[in-house]
Design a protein around this ligand. Structure first.
Ligand SMILES: Cc1cc2nc3c(=O)[nH]c(=O)nc-3n(C[C@H](O)[C@H](O)[C@H](O)COP(=O)(O)OP(=O)(O)OC[C@H]3O[C@@H](n4cnc5c(N)ncnc54)[C@H](O)[C@@H]3O)c2cc1C
Length: 487
Protein backbone atom coordinates (compact mmCIF):
# COMPACT_ATOMS: atom_id res chain seq x y z
CA UNK A 1 0.00 0.00 0.00
CA UNK A 2 1.30 3.49 -0.82
CA UNK A 3 0.95 6.56 1.37
CA UNK A 4 -0.79 9.13 -0.76
CA UNK A 5 1.08 12.39 -1.18
CA UNK A 6 -0.61 15.58 -0.05
CA UNK A 7 -3.55 16.26 -2.33
CA UNK A 8 -6.46 18.64 -2.35
CA UNK A 9 -9.42 17.29 -0.44
CA UNK A 10 -11.67 16.71 -3.45
CA UNK A 11 -9.01 14.59 -5.17
CA UNK A 12 -8.78 12.30 -2.16
CA UNK A 13 -10.74 9.06 -1.95
CA UNK A 14 -13.54 8.30 0.47
CA UNK A 15 -12.25 5.73 2.96
CA UNK A 16 -14.42 2.79 3.93
CA UNK A 17 -13.48 0.74 6.98
CA UNK A 18 -14.59 -2.87 6.57
CA UNK A 19 -15.44 -5.00 3.53
CA UNK A 20 -18.63 -6.42 4.99
CA UNK A 21 -21.89 -6.19 3.05
CA UNK A 22 -22.51 -2.57 4.11
CA UNK A 23 -18.94 -1.39 3.44
CA UNK A 24 -19.08 -2.95 -0.03
CA UNK A 25 -22.47 -1.33 -0.63
CA UNK A 26 -20.95 2.04 0.30
CA UNK A 27 -18.29 1.40 -2.35
CA UNK A 28 -20.98 0.57 -4.93
CA UNK A 29 -22.82 3.83 -4.23
CA UNK A 30 -19.59 5.83 -4.41
CA UNK A 31 -18.66 4.24 -7.74
CA UNK A 32 -22.15 4.88 -9.07
CA UNK A 33 -21.64 8.57 -8.24
CA UNK A 34 -18.23 8.68 -9.94
CA UNK A 35 -16.32 8.82 -6.64
CA UNK A 36 -13.21 6.84 -5.64
CA UNK A 37 -13.51 4.57 -2.62
CA UNK A 38 -10.60 3.06 -0.72
CA UNK A 39 -11.66 0.06 1.34
CA UNK A 40 -9.65 -1.30 4.28
CA UNK A 41 -10.45 -4.81 5.45
CA UNK A 42 -8.76 -6.21 8.54
CA UNK A 43 -9.28 -9.80 7.45
CA UNK A 44 -7.36 -11.79 4.87
CA UNK A 45 -10.59 -11.98 2.84
CA UNK A 46 -13.64 -9.80 2.45
CA UNK A 47 -16.54 -10.51 4.81
CA UNK A 48 -14.22 -11.64 7.60
CA UNK A 49 -16.89 -11.22 10.30
CA UNK A 50 -19.56 -13.10 8.37
CA UNK A 51 -17.13 -15.95 7.72
CA UNK A 52 -17.31 -16.68 11.44
CA UNK A 53 -21.00 -17.45 11.17
CA UNK A 54 -21.05 -18.54 7.53
CA UNK A 55 -22.80 -21.82 8.40
CA UNK A 56 -25.86 -19.95 9.73
CA UNK A 57 -28.86 -19.45 7.45
CA UNK A 58 -30.03 -15.84 7.48
CA UNK A 59 -33.66 -15.13 8.22
CA UNK A 60 -33.91 -12.44 5.53
CA UNK A 61 -34.48 -13.54 1.94
CA UNK A 62 -32.20 -12.25 -0.82
CA UNK A 63 -34.70 -9.47 -1.47
CA UNK A 64 -33.63 -7.83 1.81
CA UNK A 65 -29.96 -8.83 1.87
CA UNK A 66 -28.76 -7.34 -1.41
CA UNK A 67 -28.14 -3.65 -2.04
CA UNK A 68 -29.54 -1.92 -5.11
CA UNK A 69 -26.34 -0.21 -6.33
CA UNK A 70 -24.28 -3.36 -5.70
CA UNK A 71 -26.79 -5.43 -7.65
CA UNK A 72 -26.83 -2.89 -10.49
CA UNK A 73 -23.05 -3.07 -10.90
CA UNK A 74 -23.07 -6.86 -10.64
CA UNK A 75 -25.86 -7.15 -13.20
CA UNK A 76 -23.94 -4.94 -15.63
CA UNK A 77 -21.42 -7.82 -15.65
CA UNK A 78 -24.07 -10.48 -16.25
CA UNK A 79 -24.64 -11.53 -12.62
CA UNK A 80 -28.01 -12.97 -11.72
CA UNK A 81 -29.71 -12.58 -8.38
CA UNK A 82 -30.54 -15.89 -6.63
CA UNK A 83 -34.30 -16.42 -6.16
CA UNK A 84 -35.45 -13.38 -4.19
CA UNK A 85 -37.62 -15.29 -1.75
CA UNK A 86 -34.91 -17.74 -0.62
CA UNK A 87 -32.66 -16.99 2.33
CA UNK A 88 -28.87 -17.27 2.00
CA UNK A 89 -26.50 -18.67 4.57
CA UNK A 90 -23.65 -16.40 5.57
CA UNK A 91 -21.47 -18.39 3.15
CA UNK A 92 -23.99 -17.86 0.32
CA UNK A 93 -24.01 -14.15 0.97
CA UNK A 94 -20.23 -14.06 0.57
CA UNK A 95 -19.84 -16.51 -2.31
CA UNK A 96 -22.88 -15.55 -4.40
CA UNK A 97 -22.98 -11.82 -3.81
CA UNK A 98 -20.14 -10.12 -1.93
CA UNK A 99 -17.21 -12.01 -3.48
CA UNK A 100 -18.43 -11.61 -7.10
CA UNK A 101 -18.85 -7.90 -6.41
CA UNK A 102 -15.42 -7.56 -4.78
CA UNK A 103 -13.84 -9.27 -7.78
CA UNK A 104 -15.27 -6.88 -10.36
CA UNK A 105 -12.37 -5.04 -12.05
CA UNK A 106 -13.71 -1.61 -11.06
CA UNK A 107 -14.02 -2.70 -7.41
CA UNK A 108 -11.09 -4.96 -6.57
CA UNK A 109 -8.46 -2.31 -7.22
CA UNK A 110 -9.89 -0.32 -4.31
CA UNK A 111 -9.92 -3.11 -1.70
CA UNK A 112 -6.97 -3.53 0.66
CA UNK A 113 -7.05 -6.80 2.59
CA UNK A 114 -5.06 -7.48 5.77
CA UNK A 115 -5.34 -3.77 6.45
CA UNK A 116 -6.62 -2.98 9.92
CA UNK A 117 -7.49 0.63 10.67
CA UNK A 118 -6.15 1.44 14.12
CA UNK A 119 -6.74 5.20 14.41
CA UNK A 120 -8.25 8.15 12.55
CA UNK A 121 -7.64 11.86 12.91
CA UNK A 122 -7.34 15.05 10.81
CA UNK A 123 -4.11 16.15 9.13
CA UNK A 124 -2.14 18.34 11.60
CA UNK A 125 -5.22 18.71 13.83
CA UNK A 126 -5.95 16.89 17.04
CA UNK A 127 -9.35 16.52 18.67
CA UNK A 128 -9.16 19.86 20.53
CA UNK A 129 -8.30 22.11 17.57
CA UNK A 130 -11.08 23.99 15.75
CA UNK A 131 -9.17 26.04 13.18
CA UNK A 132 -9.53 24.65 9.64
CA UNK A 133 -10.80 21.41 11.09
CA UNK A 134 -13.53 20.81 8.55
CA UNK A 135 -11.30 21.39 5.55
CA UNK A 136 -8.43 19.21 6.76
CA UNK A 137 -8.32 15.73 5.24
CA UNK A 138 -8.65 12.68 7.44
CA UNK A 139 -5.48 10.75 8.24
CA UNK A 140 -6.01 7.03 8.71
CA UNK A 141 -3.51 4.74 10.40
CA UNK A 142 -3.54 1.31 8.83
CA UNK A 143 -1.73 -1.73 10.17
CA UNK A 144 -0.78 -4.34 7.58
CA UNK A 145 -0.39 -8.07 8.19
CA UNK A 146 3.41 -7.82 8.24
CA UNK A 147 3.14 -5.41 11.16
CA UNK A 148 4.05 -2.34 9.12
CA UNK A 149 1.98 0.85 9.38
CA UNK A 150 0.73 3.20 6.68
CA UNK A 151 -0.93 6.61 6.84
CA UNK A 152 -3.61 7.20 4.26
CA UNK A 153 -5.48 10.43 3.61
CA UNK A 154 -9.15 10.63 2.71
CA UNK A 155 -11.74 13.33 2.22
CA UNK A 156 -14.40 11.44 4.16
CA UNK A 157 -14.57 8.27 6.23
CA UNK A 158 -17.35 5.68 6.39
CA UNK A 159 -16.84 3.28 9.30
CA UNK A 160 -18.56 0.00 8.40
CA UNK A 161 -16.43 -2.18 10.67
CA UNK A 162 -19.30 -4.02 12.38
CA UNK A 163 -19.34 -5.26 15.97
CA UNK A 164 -19.05 -9.06 15.64
CA UNK A 165 -15.38 -9.07 16.63
CA UNK A 166 -16.20 -7.22 19.86
CA UNK A 167 -18.57 -9.53 21.77
CA UNK A 168 -20.29 -8.68 25.04
CA UNK A 169 -18.87 -10.53 28.02
CA UNK A 170 -20.81 -13.08 30.08
CA UNK A 171 -21.32 -10.96 33.18
CA UNK A 172 -24.89 -9.71 33.41
CA UNK A 173 -23.58 -6.28 34.47
CA UNK A 174 -21.79 -5.86 31.14
CA UNK A 175 -18.41 -6.68 32.69
CA UNK A 176 -16.58 -9.95 32.26
CA UNK A 177 -17.69 -12.48 34.86
CA UNK A 178 -15.05 -13.22 37.45
CA UNK A 179 -12.75 -15.83 35.96
CA UNK A 180 -14.06 -15.25 32.42
CA UNK A 181 -10.80 -14.03 30.95
CA UNK A 182 -8.76 -16.85 32.47
CA UNK A 183 -11.13 -19.57 31.19
CA UNK A 184 -11.31 -18.53 27.54
CA UNK A 185 -10.39 -22.03 26.42
CA UNK A 186 -13.90 -23.16 27.42
CA UNK A 187 -15.79 -20.18 26.02
CA UNK A 188 -16.79 -19.62 22.40
CA UNK A 189 -18.14 -16.16 21.57
CA UNK A 190 -20.65 -16.29 18.74
CA UNK A 191 -22.24 -19.24 16.97
CA UNK A 192 -19.85 -22.20 16.69
CA UNK A 193 -20.08 -24.43 13.63
CA UNK A 194 -21.27 -27.34 15.75
CA UNK A 195 -22.09 -29.61 12.80
CA UNK A 196 -18.79 -28.84 11.10
CA UNK A 197 -15.38 -27.92 12.35
CA UNK A 198 -16.32 -27.73 16.04
CA UNK A 199 -18.26 -31.00 16.16
CA UNK A 200 -15.78 -32.82 18.40
CA UNK A 201 -15.54 -29.88 20.77
CA UNK A 202 -19.25 -30.23 21.62
CA UNK A 203 -20.12 -33.89 20.92
CA UNK A 204 -21.38 -35.63 24.10
CA UNK A 205 -20.45 -32.57 26.16
CA UNK A 206 -22.45 -30.52 28.65
CA UNK A 207 -22.87 -27.23 26.82
CA UNK A 208 -24.22 -23.98 28.22
CA UNK A 209 -25.56 -21.41 25.78
CA UNK A 210 -25.88 -17.89 27.18
CA UNK A 211 -28.09 -15.25 25.55
CA UNK A 212 -31.64 -14.65 24.42
CA UNK A 213 -31.27 -13.48 20.81
CA UNK A 214 -31.27 -15.20 17.46
CA UNK A 215 -27.60 -16.09 17.74
CA UNK A 216 -28.28 -18.07 20.93
CA UNK A 217 -31.25 -19.79 19.31
CA UNK A 218 -29.17 -20.73 16.27
CA UNK A 219 -26.47 -22.22 18.52
CA UNK A 220 -29.08 -24.15 20.52
CA UNK A 221 -30.73 -25.59 17.41
CA UNK A 222 -27.35 -26.79 16.11
CA UNK A 223 -26.52 -28.40 19.45
CA UNK A 224 -29.86 -30.21 19.55
CA UNK A 225 -29.12 -31.55 16.06
CA UNK A 226 -25.82 -32.81 17.41
CA UNK A 227 -27.73 -34.73 20.10
CA UNK A 228 -29.17 -36.93 17.34
CA UNK A 229 -25.70 -38.31 16.58
CA UNK A 230 -24.19 -37.81 20.04
CA UNK A 231 -27.03 -38.43 22.50
CA UNK A 232 -25.03 -37.52 25.59
CA UNK A 233 -24.75 -33.94 24.38
CA UNK A 234 -26.53 -31.94 27.00
CA UNK A 235 -27.77 -28.42 26.32
CA UNK A 236 -28.57 -25.81 28.95
CA UNK A 237 -29.87 -22.39 28.00
CA UNK A 238 -28.98 -19.61 30.42
CA UNK A 239 -31.08 -16.45 30.37
CA UNK A 240 -31.37 -13.34 32.45
CA UNK A 241 -35.08 -13.11 31.79
CA UNK A 242 -37.98 -15.47 32.27
CA UNK A 243 -40.12 -13.68 29.70
CA UNK A 244 -40.02 -16.55 27.24
CA UNK A 245 -42.72 -14.99 25.10
CA UNK A 246 -40.29 -12.23 24.36
CA UNK A 247 -37.47 -14.66 23.63
CA UNK A 248 -39.53 -16.85 21.32
CA UNK A 249 -40.61 -13.77 19.35
CA UNK A 250 -43.27 -13.23 16.76
CA UNK A 251 -43.58 -16.84 15.56
CA UNK A 252 -46.00 -17.19 12.65
CA UNK A 253 -46.78 -13.44 12.84
CA UNK A 254 -43.21 -12.52 11.93
CA UNK A 255 -43.08 -10.95 8.48
CA UNK A 256 -39.76 -12.75 7.99
CA UNK A 257 -41.02 -16.36 8.25
CA UNK A 258 -37.53 -17.84 8.68
CA UNK A 259 -36.97 -15.68 11.75
CA UNK A 260 -40.38 -16.54 13.19
CA UNK A 261 -39.57 -20.22 12.68
CA UNK A 262 -36.47 -19.95 14.87
CA UNK A 263 -38.62 -19.09 17.88
CA UNK A 264 -41.20 -21.75 17.08
CA UNK A 265 -38.54 -24.47 16.71
CA UNK A 266 -36.71 -23.68 19.92
CA UNK A 267 -39.94 -23.47 21.86
CA UNK A 268 -40.88 -26.96 20.68
CA UNK A 269 -37.48 -28.32 21.68
CA UNK A 270 -37.63 -26.71 25.12
CA UNK A 271 -41.11 -28.12 25.67
CA UNK A 272 -39.87 -31.55 24.57
CA UNK A 273 -37.09 -31.37 27.18
CA UNK A 274 -34.24 -31.37 24.64
CA UNK A 275 -32.98 -28.06 26.04
CA UNK A 276 -33.07 -27.21 29.74
CA UNK A 277 -33.49 -23.61 30.81
CA UNK A 278 -31.84 -21.86 33.73
CA UNK A 279 -33.54 -18.49 34.13
CA UNK A 280 -33.08 -16.05 35.58
CA UNK A 281 -29.45 -16.93 36.06
CA UNK A 282 -27.06 -13.99 36.23
CA UNK A 283 -23.54 -15.21 35.73
CA UNK A 284 -21.04 -13.98 38.29
CA UNK A 285 -18.14 -16.39 38.28
CA UNK A 286 -16.48 -19.06 36.19
CA UNK A 287 -14.06 -21.59 37.56
CA UNK A 288 -12.74 -25.00 36.61
CA UNK A 289 -11.68 -28.19 38.33
CA UNK A 290 -11.21 -31.81 37.26
CA UNK A 291 -15.01 -32.23 36.78
CA UNK A 292 -15.27 -29.40 34.27
CA UNK A 293 -16.40 -25.78 34.31
CA UNK A 294 -18.42 -24.43 37.21
CA UNK A 295 -20.58 -21.43 36.42
CA UNK A 296 -21.93 -19.58 39.43
CA UNK A 297 -24.93 -17.36 38.94
CA UNK A 298 -27.36 -15.34 40.97
CA UNK A 299 -30.94 -16.59 41.08
CA UNK A 300 -33.94 -15.66 43.22
CA UNK A 301 -32.94 -18.53 45.50
CA UNK A 302 -29.44 -17.19 45.97
CA UNK A 303 -26.30 -18.37 44.27
CA UNK A 304 -26.45 -21.58 42.30
CA UNK A 305 -23.93 -23.38 40.14
CA UNK A 306 -24.14 -25.17 36.83
CA UNK A 307 -21.56 -27.78 35.90
CA UNK A 308 -20.70 -27.82 32.22
CA UNK A 309 -17.85 -28.57 29.83
CA UNK A 310 -18.25 -25.73 27.36
CA UNK A 311 -19.89 -22.29 27.27
CA UNK A 312 -21.24 -20.61 24.15
CA UNK A 313 -21.53 -16.87 24.76
CA UNK A 314 -24.18 -15.51 22.39
CA UNK A 315 -24.64 -12.32 24.34
CA UNK A 316 -24.47 -9.79 21.53
CA UNK A 317 -21.71 -7.38 20.66
CA UNK A 318 -20.72 -3.78 21.17
CA UNK A 319 -18.93 -1.23 18.99
CA UNK A 320 -15.17 -0.89 19.30
CA UNK A 321 -14.67 2.87 19.56
CA UNK A 322 -10.96 3.01 20.36
CA UNK A 323 -9.81 3.81 16.83
CA UNK A 324 -12.24 6.76 16.79
CA UNK A 325 -10.82 8.38 19.92
CA UNK A 326 -9.36 11.40 18.08
CA UNK A 327 -12.62 12.21 16.28
CA UNK A 328 -15.48 14.32 17.57
CA UNK A 329 -18.31 11.90 18.05
CA UNK A 330 -21.78 12.39 19.48
CA UNK A 331 -22.87 9.14 21.04
CA UNK A 332 -25.96 8.19 22.97
CA UNK A 333 -24.89 7.43 26.53
CA UNK A 334 -26.61 4.08 26.56
CA UNK A 335 -26.62 2.60 23.07
CA UNK A 336 -23.41 4.18 21.72
CA UNK A 337 -25.19 5.17 18.55
CA UNK A 338 -25.86 8.74 17.33
CA UNK A 339 -28.25 10.64 19.59
CA UNK A 340 -30.84 11.04 16.82
CA UNK A 341 -30.84 7.34 15.94
CA UNK A 342 -30.93 6.08 19.52
CA UNK A 343 -34.59 6.77 20.33
CA UNK A 344 -35.63 5.14 17.05
CA UNK A 345 -33.98 1.84 17.86
CA UNK A 346 -33.64 1.72 21.65
CA UNK A 347 -34.62 -1.81 22.63
CA UNK A 348 -35.65 -0.49 26.06
CA UNK A 349 -38.50 1.22 24.22
CA UNK A 350 -38.76 -0.53 20.87
CA UNK A 351 -38.42 -4.12 21.87
CA UNK A 352 -40.08 -5.08 18.60
CA UNK A 353 -37.19 -3.63 16.63
CA UNK A 354 -39.32 -1.57 14.29
CA UNK A 355 -37.31 1.33 12.98
CA UNK A 356 -38.22 4.47 11.05
CA UNK A 357 -36.22 5.15 7.90
CA UNK A 358 -33.05 7.06 8.62
CA UNK A 359 -30.05 8.31 6.71
CA UNK A 360 -27.30 10.92 6.68
CA UNK A 361 -29.06 13.39 8.97
CA UNK A 362 -29.57 10.86 11.76
CA UNK A 363 -26.05 9.42 11.40
CA UNK A 364 -24.19 12.74 11.35
CA UNK A 365 -21.49 13.36 13.98
CA UNK A 366 -19.90 16.68 15.00
CA UNK A 367 -16.91 15.45 12.96
CA UNK A 368 -17.90 16.57 9.47
CA UNK A 369 -17.79 13.87 6.74
CA UNK A 370 -17.34 11.03 9.19
CA UNK A 371 -20.08 8.41 9.51
CA UNK A 372 -20.59 5.10 11.27
CA UNK A 373 -22.84 2.78 9.27
CA UNK A 374 -24.08 -0.81 9.24
CA UNK A 375 -24.13 -3.01 12.31
CA UNK A 376 -21.82 -0.61 14.16
CA UNK A 377 -24.21 2.31 13.63
CA UNK A 378 -26.69 0.57 15.93
CA UNK A 379 -24.14 0.58 18.73
CA UNK A 380 -25.25 -1.98 21.29
CA UNK A 381 -28.74 -2.41 19.86
CA UNK A 382 -29.12 -5.89 18.36
CA UNK A 383 -31.87 -5.20 15.83
CA UNK A 384 -29.89 -4.09 12.79
CA UNK A 385 -30.97 -5.32 9.37
CA UNK A 386 -28.94 -5.08 6.17
CA UNK A 387 -31.70 -3.26 4.30
CA UNK A 388 -31.30 -0.46 6.85
CA UNK A 389 -27.54 -0.28 6.28
CA UNK A 390 -27.93 -0.14 2.52
CA UNK A 391 -30.25 2.84 2.80
CA UNK A 392 -27.84 4.49 5.25
CA UNK A 393 -24.94 4.38 2.79
CA UNK A 394 -27.09 5.46 -0.16
CA UNK A 395 -28.12 8.58 1.77
CA UNK A 396 -24.61 9.32 3.08
CA UNK A 397 -22.97 9.01 -0.33
CA UNK A 398 -25.62 11.33 -1.79
CA UNK A 399 -24.70 13.88 0.90
CA UNK A 400 -20.97 13.48 0.27
CA UNK A 401 -21.47 14.40 -3.39
CA UNK A 402 -23.75 17.31 -2.49
CA UNK A 403 -27.04 15.75 -3.62
CA UNK A 404 -28.91 16.81 -0.49
CA UNK A 405 -32.32 16.12 -1.94
CA UNK A 406 -31.45 12.46 -2.42
CA UNK A 407 -29.71 12.37 0.96
CA UNK A 408 -32.86 13.51 2.71
CA UNK A 409 -35.21 11.32 0.69
CA UNK A 410 -34.81 8.26 2.90
CA UNK A 411 -36.99 5.31 2.16
CA UNK A 412 -37.00 1.96 3.80
CA UNK A 413 -39.40 -0.86 3.30
CA UNK A 414 -38.60 -3.17 6.17
CA UNK A 415 -40.70 -6.12 7.19
CA UNK A 416 -42.47 -5.79 10.52
CA UNK A 417 -40.36 -7.78 12.93
CA UNK A 418 -43.03 -8.89 15.35
CA UNK A 419 -40.06 -9.97 17.43
CA UNK A 420 -39.11 -8.97 20.92
CA UNK A 421 -35.66 -10.45 21.43
CA UNK A 422 -33.36 -8.28 23.48
CA UNK A 423 -32.23 -10.53 26.26
CA UNK A 424 -29.22 -8.55 27.37
CA UNK A 425 -31.44 -5.59 28.21
CA UNK A 426 -34.27 -7.26 30.03
CA UNK A 427 -34.91 -6.53 33.65
CA UNK A 428 -37.50 -9.18 34.23
CA UNK A 429 -36.55 -11.44 37.02
CA UNK A 430 -38.38 -14.41 38.41
CA UNK A 431 -37.63 -17.87 39.65
CA UNK A 432 -35.31 -20.48 38.27
CA UNK A 433 -37.03 -22.67 35.75
CA UNK A 434 -34.62 -25.50 35.26
CA UNK A 435 -36.12 -28.55 33.64
CA UNK A 436 -34.60 -31.96 33.06
CA UNK A 437 -31.75 -31.91 30.60
CA UNK A 438 -31.84 -33.88 27.34
CA UNK A 439 -35.17 -35.46 28.27
CA UNK A 440 -33.69 -37.99 30.66
CA UNK A 441 -31.52 -37.39 33.69
CA UNK A 442 -27.97 -38.62 33.27
CA UNK A 443 -24.58 -38.00 34.74
CA UNK A 444 -24.29 -35.18 32.22
CA UNK A 445 -27.28 -33.31 33.55
CA UNK A 446 -26.47 -29.68 34.27
CA UNK A 447 -28.72 -29.12 37.25
CA UNK A 448 -28.65 -25.89 39.22
CA UNK A 449 -27.35 -26.66 42.68
CA UNK A 450 -27.95 -24.48 45.70
CA UNK A 451 -24.52 -23.38 46.86
CA UNK A 452 -25.11 -20.85 49.57
CA UNK A 453 -21.83 -21.97 51.08
CA UNK A 454 -19.74 -20.72 48.10
CA UNK A 455 -21.26 -17.28 48.13
CA UNK A 456 -18.15 -15.42 49.08
CA UNK A 457 -17.43 -14.41 45.46
CA UNK A 458 -14.42 -12.47 46.55
CA UNK A 459 -16.39 -10.66 49.20
CA UNK A 460 -18.51 -8.65 46.79
CA UNK A 461 -21.69 -7.50 48.48
CA UNK A 462 -24.74 -9.00 46.84
CA UNK A 463 -27.54 -7.53 48.86
CA UNK A 464 -28.19 -4.66 46.44
CA UNK A 465 -29.08 -7.01 43.60
CA UNK A 466 -32.08 -8.73 45.18
CA UNK A 467 -34.31 -10.11 42.45
CA UNK A 468 -37.95 -9.11 42.21
CA UNK A 469 -40.65 -11.73 42.52
CA UNK A 470 -42.10 -13.07 39.30
CA UNK A 471 -45.44 -11.29 39.60
CA UNK A 472 -43.77 -7.89 39.39
CA UNK A 473 -43.01 -8.38 35.72
CA UNK A 474 -44.39 -5.59 33.63
CA UNK A 475 -45.18 -7.14 30.28
CA UNK A 476 -48.32 -5.37 29.25
CA UNK A 477 -48.92 -6.94 25.87
CA UNK A 478 -49.80 -10.34 24.60
CA UNK A 479 -46.53 -10.61 22.69
CA UNK A 480 -44.62 -10.05 25.93
CA UNK A 481 -43.42 -6.57 25.00
CA UNK A 482 -43.66 -3.95 27.69
CA UNK A 483 -44.01 -1.04 25.29
CA UNK A 484 -46.44 0.34 22.81
CA UNK A 485 -44.65 -0.31 19.53
CA UNK A 486 -46.38 -3.61 18.81
CA UNK A 487 -49.45 -3.09 16.76
C1 LIG B 1 -25.81 -14.86 12.81
C2 LIG B 1 -26.31 -13.60 12.20
C3 LIG B 1 -27.38 -13.64 11.33
C4 LIG B 1 -27.86 -12.46 10.76
N1 LIG B 1 -28.91 -12.54 9.91
C5 LIG B 1 -29.38 -11.41 9.35
C6 LIG B 1 -30.47 -11.46 8.44
O1 LIG B 1 -31.05 -12.51 8.16
N2 LIG B 1 -30.89 -10.30 7.88
C7 LIG B 1 -30.29 -9.09 8.14
O2 LIG B 1 -30.70 -8.09 7.56
N3 LIG B 1 -29.27 -9.01 9.00
C8 LIG B 1 -28.80 -10.12 9.62
N4 LIG B 1 -27.76 -10.04 10.51
C9 LIG B 1 -27.28 -8.71 10.95
C10 LIG B 1 -26.30 -7.98 10.01
O3 LIG B 1 -26.89 -7.81 8.77
C11 LIG B 1 -24.96 -8.64 9.87
O4 LIG B 1 -24.32 -8.61 11.13
C12 LIG B 1 -24.03 -7.99 8.83
O5 LIG B 1 -22.88 -8.77 8.72
C13 LIG B 1 -23.65 -6.55 9.17
O6 LIG B 1 -22.88 -6.06 8.11
P1 LIG B 1 -21.77 -4.91 8.29
O7 LIG B 1 -21.20 -4.69 6.93
O8 LIG B 1 -22.34 -3.77 9.01
O9 LIG B 1 -20.67 -5.53 9.28
P2 LIG B 1 -19.78 -6.89 9.19
O10 LIG B 1 -20.41 -7.89 8.30
O11 LIG B 1 -19.55 -7.25 10.59
O12 LIG B 1 -18.46 -6.41 8.47
C14 LIG B 1 -17.50 -5.60 9.11
C15 LIG B 1 -16.16 -5.80 8.42
O13 LIG B 1 -15.23 -4.85 8.95
C16 LIG B 1 -13.97 -5.49 9.16
N5 LIG B 1 -13.26 -4.73 10.21
C17 LIG B 1 -13.54 -4.69 11.53
N6 LIG B 1 -12.69 -3.86 12.16
C18 LIG B 1 -11.86 -3.37 11.22
C19 LIG B 1 -10.76 -2.44 11.25
N7 LIG B 1 -10.37 -1.86 12.36
N8 LIG B 1 -10.13 -2.17 10.10
C20 LIG B 1 -10.52 -2.75 8.92
N9 LIG B 1 -11.55 -3.63 8.83
C21 LIG B 1 -12.22 -3.92 9.97
C22 LIG B 1 -14.36 -6.90 9.60
O14 LIG B 1 -13.28 -7.79 9.39
C23 LIG B 1 -15.56 -7.18 8.68
O15 LIG B 1 -15.20 -7.76 7.45
C24 LIG B 1 -27.26 -11.21 11.08
C25 LIG B 1 -26.18 -11.17 11.96
C26 LIG B 1 -25.71 -12.36 12.51
C27 LIG B 1 -24.55 -12.29 13.46
Amino acid sequence: MKVNTIMTNQALPVAIIGAGPVGLAAAAHLLERGETPIIFEAGAEIGANIRQWEHVRMFSPWEYTADRATVALLESHGWEMPPKDTSPTGRDLIEKYMQPFAQLPEVRQHIHLNSRVTAISRRYIDKMKDTNRESAPFVIRVQCDDGSEEIIEARAVIDASGTWHSPNPLGSDGLPAMGESSHQAHIYYGIPDVQGKYQQRYANKRVMVVGGGHSAINALLDLVNLQDSYPKTCVTWVLRTTNMQRIYGGGSDDALPARGQLGIRIRTLVEAGRVSIAAPFRIRKISTDETGVTVTGETPQGFETLQVDEIVAATGARPDLIMLRELRLALDSSLETTPLLAPMIDPNIHSCGTVRPHGEAELRHPEKDFYIVGMKSYGRAPTFLLATGYEQVRSIVAALVGDWEAARDVQLNLPETGVCVTDWLSDEISSVAASACCGTPSENVATPVAVQEVVSLNAISLSSTKPQPVDSQTSSRDCGCDDTCCT
